[in-house]
Write a protein that binds this ligand. Structure first.
Ligand code: DQA
Length: 139
């Protein structure tokens, strides 16, 4: 079965608890179970880390075999040249995802260090952003 990895970066382990007005009240694990039941023809995996190097290690690990990677790098999307480089280094397509509409927020969130190395960017559709990104991978 073809594999797709969903990666959440820093602070996204607190989805459902953290700033619910921005990120909603649903825990990511619950949403991810819904996603898995919607895409049963694919093996959907999930990884979360608050550590930049661990996110990069994970990209290296899966980035030559997987069908695609849905990546919410949180604030690292705006700051991490190293994550941008890791995405350029691998072969699997990466979709940059944000739950909130980063362009409707502070100016420092309008910048992405990863976008140019991604297949595309989906931002502002709540948790549904992840489903849209999976659909973009599977076509
Ligand atoms: C986020 C947007 C980022 O600006 C922020 O730092 C996050 C979450 C989002 O999903 O909307 O941690 O990536």
């Amino acid at each position: 079965m073809k594999k797709i990895l969903v990666i959440n970066g820093p602070n996204l382990n607190l989805i459902g608890i953290r700033e619910p007005k921005v990120y909603g009240r649903l825990k990511f694990e619950e949403y991810f179970n819904e996603l898995k039941s919607k895409f049963q023809d694919f093996e959907l995996e999930f990884y979360q880390s608050n550590v930049e190097g661990e996110l990069i290690d994970k990209l290296h690990q899966v980035g030559f075999d997987y069908e695609g990677i849905v990546f919410n790098a949180g604030a690292y999307a705006h700051t991490s040249v190293a994550i941008g480089d890791a995405i350029a280094a691998i072969e699997s397509p990466v979709i940059e995802v944000h739950i909130s509409n980063v362009y409707a927020r502070e100016e420092y969130r309008h910048v992405s260090m990863m976008a140019k190395n991604c297949k595309g960017v989906i931002s502002g559709f709540g948790l549904n952003s992840y489903e849209l990104a999976i659909r973009a991978i599977i076509g």
